[in-house]
Design a protein around this ligand. Structure first.
Ligand code: AQP
Length: 349
């Protein structure tokens, strides 16, 4: 696909992103998404952050847990510093325009495009026929999430790069097929961590640095949860897989040492410094020195967030009020976009 549609899009800049309420959030979600959400509030006039519960039901989920998990993710947004007076925070299923646009995009996206998505292949493994159609269609729903707001910028971790490319392809094909040049923007991913460092964009498992840190990994020891207490954090970092060598003096020395690189990357992203700075301090030192320093840093940074999440969760009424207000503000942006889409597609009105 060409990038033609981006040139002609004339609308305002707008940020959109979402997080699934599948399970408690982890350090990867925090660094890959929440830290960016907070920073972007200062750079962009309109930021829209969504708890994507429609995405969450693509996996088997206990209905009794869904509303509580949804509030927990909303609480994590707020505790991390997303300000509901600056940003819109809401729950996806409360804004119907997402599902309506998904159906229209289902008729724009090509089977071959969606079949190429590696996240589906990773999650389905050898059991693709047993997976829900929703899991397969997940990236089309994601395109609808973003484009229902004509969002131009999407802060996500590196794992979402391919889904964003699909979003651009769908936007471009819609614009071309329906003779509506520049109607949808071709949104840009904001993938890098703080200070444009690559660290933070992809946090890896503490036990196997070839896999990303993930909520769905069966072992809790592979991830730091935002709700972990100081002892759990210290234990998980102590047990994290490493090699026997001391840390190198330079970033180049991390090549071929994926576990060491992951831990240095986590330190850099959490402290908001470069990996080179971390190695200036810890280069030549062993993991016996580095791991306790990393655990202390994580406890200092994540402890107050966990505390604030607990406080917010204890008052679900206030949390729900913020989410209801957010849904009304989100729908007020999405409905005029959908109204134009209905006209463009040619539906009876
Ligand atoms: N390991 C990671 N490193 C950096 N960013 C990450 N993100 C997820 N894992 C990492 C980013 O977090 C945001 C929210 O993700 P999500 O909850 O919508 O779903 P996900 O990407 O599928 O996250 P998980 O934790 O891996 O969940 P499961 O295991 O359910 O699939 C996104 O911006 C994502 O990039």
């Amino acid at each position: 696909m060409t990038n033609e549609g981006a040139v002609t899009y004339k609308g305002p800049e707008r940020v959109f992103s979402g997080v699934q309420p599948t399970n408690g959030l982890h350090l990867g979600n925090y660094l890959g998404a929440l830290v960016k959400f907070v920073a972007l509030q200062e750079r962009f006039k309109e930021c829209i952050y969504c708890v994507v519960d429609l995405h969450a039901i693509t996996a088997d989920l206990d209905p009794k847990l869904l509303a509580g998990n949804t509030r927990e993710v909303a609480a994590a947004f707020l505790a991390a510093g997303v300000d509901p007076t600056k940003s819109i925070i809401f729950v996806q299923s409360a804004v119907r325009q997402h599902t309506e646009l998904t159906w229209i995009f289902n008729c724009v996206a090509r089977m071959g495009w969606v079949q190429r998505m590696t996240q589906f292949k990773d999650k389905a493994g050898k059991h693709a026929e047993r997976m829900s159609v929703g899991l397969f269609d997940y990236p089309v729903l994601m395109a609808a999430d973003i484009l229902a707001y004509k969002a131009t910028h999407v802060p996500v971790g590196e794992d979402q790069t391919q889904h964003l490319e699909l979003t651009r392809d769908i936007a471009q094909k819609f614009n071309n097929d329906f003779g509506a040049p520049g109607f949808f923007p071709l949104p840009e991913g904001l993938i890098q961590g703080p200070e444009n460092e690559k660290y933070g964009a992809r946090i890896m498992s503490l036990r196997d640095a070839s896999k990303k840190m993930s909520k769905s990994d069966p072992s809790d020891q592979t991830r730091i949860n935002l709700s972990d207490d100081a002892d759990a954090i210290a234990h998980k970092i102590k047990k994290a897989t490493t090699d026997p060598n001391p840390l190198p003096e330079t970033v180049e020395g991390l090549a071929g040492r994926a576990e060491a690189e992951n831990l240095v990357g986590i330190y850099a992203a959490v402290a908001g410094v470069s990996a080179a700075d971390v190695l200036k301090e810890f280069g030549g030192k062993g993991f016996g020195t580095f791991k306790p320093a990393l655990a202390d840093l994580l406890v200092t940074k994540l402890g107050p967030i966990a505390g604030e999440m607990r406080r917010l969760m204890a008052d679900p009424g206030s949390l729900d009020g913020i989410l209801r207000q957010g849904a009304a503000r989100a729908a007020a942006i999405a409905e005029p976009v959908l109204d134009d889409v209905r006209k463009i597609v040619g539906f009876w009105r």
